[in-house]
Design a protein around this ligand. Structure first.
Ligand SMILES: Nc1ncnc2c1ncn2[C@@H]1O[C@H](COP(=O)(O)OP(=O)(O)O)[C@@H](O)[C@H]1O
Ligand SMILES: [Mg+2]
Length: 263
């Protein structure tokens, strides 16, 4: 049975999409079958894997509205050996269109349930808000939430609100929802601030913070415009190594052994 993790943080630009793509690609590199589920109407994960979001004819929108089966909308990228359930700008309408639906928070969880057997990891990339799409993402997070936190001033701002949202979801309907881990992103070793943020976030979240820290890297910002994860765009970069280390940490925490190649 595959694991489902959801990347959530209502702050934009903290590295949700970058982490979904690059953690996903690194897990593929370590032998895992990976599906990215893009539920952000901005469709950045979709474009980061080289899919034209304006050309998406069926994707997360159709799936959430029950117009299509998730399995029929998944796109497979043979070069990267990764799959994506794409988003499109139409998804922006879903928040409104789902409002009167019964079980509207459970649409994604139900839609991807048949896919859980086919992948080792499903990573859900949420929009930068705590609206119905993100709640669908949280409800789908059977194995926990991954929270990227940018190593910047006011890093902890908004995390109280996110924690309260997780608590509300637990109380209302999903008592076992857990935080799988906090991922420190965009670390800049040249600044004291980054170091201070690491200390502060570790104090707040304790052992929930992954050991691996993702450095600030221009390669990570460039890779999406080539439709590639950094592991394919700049495999020797510090960013590629960091995401591989994160993938190893996730696998180790999940008790998944990796067979090392000897060549
Ligand atoms: N570690 C990093 N170093 C440099 N740029 C990064 C890094 N992580 C993300 N970025 C860039 O920062 C921007 C926001 O990241 P993104 O992953 O899209 O955030 P979110 O999905 O949380 O809104 C993007 O342009 C991305 O390429
Ligand atoms: Mg994003």
């Amino acid at each position: 049975m595959g694991r489902v993790y959801t990347l959530a943080n209502q702050k934009g630009g903290v590295g949700k999409t970058t982490t979904a793509i690059n953690l996903g690609a690194s897990l593929v590199g370590l032998g895992q079958r990976v599906l990215i589920v893009d539920i952000d109407p901005q469709a950045n994960a979709t474009s980061s894997l080289g899919v034209d979001k304006h050309a998406v004819r069926g994707g997360a929108y159709e799936v959430l509205l029950g117009q299509a089966a998730a399995s029929a909308q998944v796109l497979y990228n043979p070069r990267l050996n990764i799959s994506i359930l794409p988003s499109s700008p139409a998804l922006a309408g879903a928040e409104v269109e789902l409002v009167n639906e019964i079980g509207r928070e459970l649409k994604l969880r139900q839609a991807i349930a048949p896919l859980v057997e086919r992948y080792d990891y499903i990573l859900v990339d949420c929009p930068p808000s705590l609206g119905l799409l993100t709640v669908n993402g949280l409800m789908a997070a059977r194995d926990g939430v991954l929270i990227p936190v940018q190593c910047e001033y006011l890093a902890l701002e908004g995390l109280g609100e996110l924690t309260r949202t997780l608590q509300r979801v637990r109380q209302a309907i999903f008592p076992t929802l857990k935080v799988r881990g906090v991922i420190l992103t965009m670390f800049d070793s040249r600044t004291h601030l980054s170091g201070d943020v690491v200390t502060e976030v570790r104090k707040y979240f304790n052992e929930q913070v992954f050991q691996t820290i993702i450095p600030r890297s221009i390669r990570l910002a460039e890779a999406p415009s080539y439709g590639l994860p950094v592991t394919a765009y700049a495999p020797a970069s510090s960013a590629a190594h960091a995401y591989e280390a994160l993938a190893r940490e996730v696998l180790a925490g999940d008790g998944v052994a990796v067979m090392e190649s000897i060549v």
